[in-house]
Design a protein around this ligand. Structure first.
Ligand SMILES: Cc1ncc(COP(=O)(O)O)c(C=O)c1O
Length: 388
């Protein structure tokens, strides 16, 4: 069976599986052994979980590779494991990396706390595009790192342009593809070297585990894997099983996330009491044309600004019943939060306001419920808060 010739739904369901034909079960078994009876020189032998070479770990990783169009992939213990090992695979003391400024907060903390300690320089570029990122490249720069669509304002960065710039300047290009998922965006086909995920979000899709994945060419992914092995960033076998199970419905779920988010965004854009809706599927979004070119779907993430006081915004959040107030994203259940007090809580208020993250900005991870029910919940909470 040549899955590479088959469609994305088929690859979501079947790629990577490690069926045990002797038993005949139709799912990859959970292999619990932490030691394997393999001789050293056996090609592809299963050996030891921390070396990331047991079948339960291989299954979700290979599924991601099939969906990203990558030579290979690995599954690790968290999105931050994937991000930190990817950066450290190419950066050494004295090197430099260029990144966009509006990154996930944990990535930002990693740069400040760890790269600084290791003597690795970095430049964070506001309003990043290929030209502005290139302007920050120095002779010590080894990598460029972007995240698109970005959190929480869903800014879209031209991946083809950044990849071309990286090739010209001899940099390794990396993108955090978490918000889009490999169903909605295929960065490797646009010229990127590494596509990185917090699998905690869409890939697993059920808000019940932490994991991270990296997809790309074997030589580079092997370098990431070496760091992950040395830092012990293994994903345990039970979570690998859950991750693979979740990924089987990825393309199904993303189709629903895309449809629901589009419906919610259009409803919000037409509703009084909303001063901005940030969703790349709206023609008014500054990245809409670019998103149409480089994305295959606009995704389930959005943010919107309530035109009210912070107190009324709090009342709105408290009044939600179907939509749960929680951090994280990408699960089948709709989640909302205020970035001002979650992802951007540590940023000084003036800086936060300057980048567009106001006190009443709501980030919404639109789930797989019925769009009409999500909209009805938002409407009744706005009414309860007097937002009109
Ligand atoms: C865009 C993005 N990248 C990376 C991460 C980090 O992932 P994890 O929490 O799985 O380490 C997150 C977590 O929220 C995220 O939103």
């Amino acid at each position: 069976m040549d899955l590479s010739q088959m469609g994305e739904n088929t690859r979501s369901v079947r790629a990577g599986e490690r069926l045990d034909r002797r038993v005949g079960g139709v799912t990859t078994p959970i292999h619990t052994a932490a030691a394997y009876m393999a001789a050293d020189d056996v090609e592809g032998a299963y050996r030891y979980p921390r070396y990331l070479n047991i079948p339960t770990q291989a299954a979700p990783a290979e599924k991601l590779a099939a969906l990203e169009g990558a030579e290979t992939a690995i599954a690790l213990a968290s999105g931050m494991a994937a991000i930190s090992s990817s950066l450290l695979a190419v950066l050494q003391t004295g090197d430099h990396v260029v990144l966009q400024a509006d990154l996930y907060g944990g990535t930002h903390r990693f740069l400040m706390a760890e790269l600084t300690r290791l003597g690795i320089g970095f430049t964070m570029v506001p309003q990043a595009d290929a030209g502005r990122l290139e302007a920050a490249v120095t002779e010590r720069t080894r990598a460029v790192f972007v995240e698109t669509p970005s959190n929480p304002l869903l800014r879209v960065i031209d991946l083809e342009g950044v990849a071309a710039m990286a090739r010209k300047r001899g940099l390794v290009s990396m993108v955090d593809n978490t918000f889009a998922s490999p169903i909605n965006q295929k960065p490797l086909a646009l010229g990127f070297d590494l596509s990185i995920h917090s699998g905690t979000k869409y890939l697993n899709g059920h808000s019940d585990l932490n994991c991270g994945l990296v997809a790309g060419p074997k030589a580079l992914v092997d370098a990431v894997k070496e760091r992950a092995i040395n830092f012990g960033q293994t994903l345990n076998t039970y979570d690998c099983y859950l991750l693979e199970r979740g990924m089987k419905t990825l393309s199904l779920r993303m189709a629903r996330h895309n449809d629901n988010a589009q419906a919610v965004a259009e409803w919000l854009a037409a509703r009084k009491g909303i001063s901005a809706v940030h969703y790349p599927g709206l023609p008014t979004h500054p990245g809409h044309e670019l998103a149409k070119r480089q994305m295959l779907g606009f995704g389930g993430m959005m943010s919107f600004a309530l035109d009210c006081s912070p107190e009324a915004a709090r009342t709105f959040m408290d009044a939600l019943t179907l939509v749960l107030e929680a951090v994280s994203l990408g699960g089948i259940e709709s989640l909302a939060c205020f970035p001002a007090v979650t992802s951007h809580a540590k940023m000084p208020r003036e800086d936060r306001l300057a980048i567009g993250v106001g006190d009443t900005l709501v980030r919404l991870s639109v789930g797989c419920e019925d769009a009409a029910d999500i909209i009805a919940d938002l409407a009744q909470a706005m009414d309860a808060a007097g937002v009109a």
